[in-house]
Design a protein around this ligand. Structure first.
Ligand SMILES: [Zn+2]
Length: 134
């Protein structure tokens, strides 16, 4: 059984809340939601709110976009304060000015980017979005 379904996770994200799982066995955090703890595989987890704060570890500029996205845009991986790495769109940096030294290591807060309804999705989508805090 999923303690935290993708639907719950994305519904919360739309409201600006980042949810994750906290492991009752090893204490580590998992996000986005999985069936079990990312670190030790335990299924004894509970749903928690995460701080939504992290640091950018890596990124890539997407120049050819899938349907629903407008290229160019930046996809980044951020290490959250609680530990897990989360993928999302970096939204307040110009993709044409994105350089290693002005993005890597920057503090970000997680918000949500709403994606328009697409042919193959029942309603609008949402993806984590990062905003550089400085
Ligand atoms: Zn664990």
């Amino acid at each position: 059984m999923y303690k935290l379904t993708y639907k719950q996770y994305f519904d919360a994200l739309k409201e600006g809340k980042l949810l994750g799982l906290k492991c009752n066995d090893c204490g580590s955090y998992t996000a986005p939601p999985k069936l079990c703890c990312d670190k030790c595989g335990s299924t004894s987890t509970e749903v928690v709110s995460l701080s939504g704060k992290g640091v950018i570890k890596t990124f890539t500029v997407i120049r050819v976009s899938p349907e629903g996205y407008e290229a160019p845009y930046i996809v980044a991986m951020a290490e959250l304060e609680e530990g897990p790495w989360l993928m999302g769109n970096l939204i307040n940096v110009d993709p044409d000015k994105a350089k290693m030294d002005n993005i890597i290591g920057k503090k970000v807060t997680v918000s949500a980017k709403i994606l328009p309804k697409m042919n193959y999705t029942p309603d609008e989508g949402v993806t984590p979005a990062f905003v550089i805090a400085e």
